[in-house]
Design a protein around this ligand. Structure first.
Ligand code: COA
Length: 391
């Protein structure tokens, strides 16, 4: 009944996108231009049709993302939506199955998305894999030890220069589950939407050398008088660079008494604050799914030698189903077909464990992974995960 095809003209999906993503009329032409530039810059748009009528669509964002210690090909899924008159009739279930075939053909090892509902995507094999700390705090209350003769400077850039871009990619290759950024990714990260006043990066430099990068958005909601400073990237290569970033933020306090900071789960801020933040919450972010387990063969990871023998269920991507032997030897994962399983789970639970977000032990306790007779507690260490790109 349904067919899946690539769409090269962004205008074809605009009516569907307008309704499904509640885009106000003055903003729809900007969304159309944005989508057209997405396609020109290598993202790919797909549609589901029924009797030649477009009923659902999605957008594929190709990334090179750090997973454990390797850079892997990741397919980011965005813009999922269906026509209101076909809801509940299976077009998006079909779309997600086709997205897996499409991403596999494109060589993506894993897929990431930002869910409107975790339970919706969990059914199709995606599982939670990033969380961040979100603070709202008084910038005047930042307290930083006196660095005396620090030579670091903070320079605001509306668009990162070559040195800042190189710093970012070197940092992203070594930290969290960050993705590499070229100009298309930077343009997307700094695109000005109607609520935005300014977006950019602040580079922290030691002479010519970039040692830190802060990404910000200054925005104002139509119903608010005051603007809000949002810091969505807080990348530093040393304690001195971190202090320079905090010092820069403190100096913004006359214009912006409070700011929002989104930082990785392992970023420690409280010793630099005079008082508790107005708000401090943990925010669930992206979900991950292995697209093709075999693509993770030779993944580098910080883990002692071990072996997970897992029977995987994957109704949407049958090439992942069956018994696998996942062996870590000398910091590398070996992925091979196995014969006897000691663990049993869906692809989502395994995806979360492979990403480093969850451990087998946690998911066995929560009955998301079943331990079979003979399982001896083999596990992978957890790591802090975070992706800085939204899509
Ligand atoms: C979310 C959305 C994409 C679902 O589309 P849809 O056309 O209803 O999807 P499907 O018909 O393929 O249904 C997918 C699953 O959701 C279930 N479902 C659909 N509508 C539902 C509802 N209102 N309540 C509960 N479950 C529902 C279906 O039963 C199906 O589950 P199954 O595979 O177990 O049978 C659609 O509602 C939409 O476009 N929403 C606005 C945009 C949006 O939120 N996009 C997601 C961005 S991350």
């Amino acid at each position: 009944m349904y067919a899946h095809r690539e769409i090269t003209d962004a205008k074809q999906v605009l009516d569907l996108v307008r309704y499904a993503h509640s885009i106000r009329n003055p903003e729809i032409s900007g969304v159309g231009e944005y989508l057209a530039s997405d396609l020109a810059e290598g993202r790919r748009l797909f549609g589901v049709t029924a009797a030649d009528r477009l009923v659902a669509c999605w957008l594929l964002h190709p990334f090179r993302m750090r997973l454990r210690r390797s850079l892997v090909s990741m397919g980011g899924i965005g813009l999922v939506g269906s026509r209101p008159d076909v809801r509940g009739q299976g077009s998006v279930r079909f779309l997600l199955e086709k997205s897996l075939e499409t991403m596999r053909e494109a060589g993506h090892a894993v897929s990431v998305l930002y869910p409107f509902s975790q339970s919706f995507y969990r059914k199709y094999g995606w599982e939670l894999f990033t969380q961040s700390r979100r603070y709202e705090l008084a910038l005047g209350g930042i307290q930083i030890p006196d660095d005396g003769s620090t030579s670091l400077d903070a320079i605001e850039l509306s668009y990162p220069d070559e040195a800042s871009k190189a710093f970012y990619n070197a940092y992203a290759a070594e930290h969290y589950t960050f993705a590499q950024r070229g100009d298309p990714e930077w343009r997307k990260a700094l695109h000005l939407w109607p609520d935005h006043i300014a977006r950019g990066a602040v580079k922290i430099v030691d002479g010519e050398t970039v040692v830190g990068l802060l990404g910000y958005t200054l925005y104002r909601r139509p119903d608010k008088e005051a603007a809000t400073l949002n810091v969505h990237l807080f990348a530093h290569s040393s304690e001195e660079a971190k202090r320079a970033m905090l010092r820069y933020l403190k100096r913004q306090s006359h214009q912006n008494p409070t700011a929002e900071l989104h930082v990785p789960m392992d970023e420690v801020l409280w010793p630099y604050l005079a008082d508790s933040p107005t708000q401090h919450r943990i925010h669930d972010e992206a979900m991950i799914r292995v697209v093709d387990l075999e693509c993770l063969d030779r993944l580098e990871l910080d883990a002692p030698d071990t072996q997970l023998d897992v029977e995987v269920a994957d109704p949407q991507a049958p090439w992942n189903a069956g018994v696998w032997s996942l062996r870590v030897r000398d910091g590398r994962l070996g992925v091979a077909r196995g014969s006897k399983a000691l663990l049993r789970c869906g692809i989502g639970a395994l995806s979360s464990v492979l990403s480093g977000f969850a451990s087998c032990g946690e998911l066995i306790a929560a009955r998301r992974i079943e331990a079979l007779p003979g399982y001896d507690g083999a596990d992978l260490p957890k790591v802090t995960t975070l992706l800085a790109d939204g899509f």
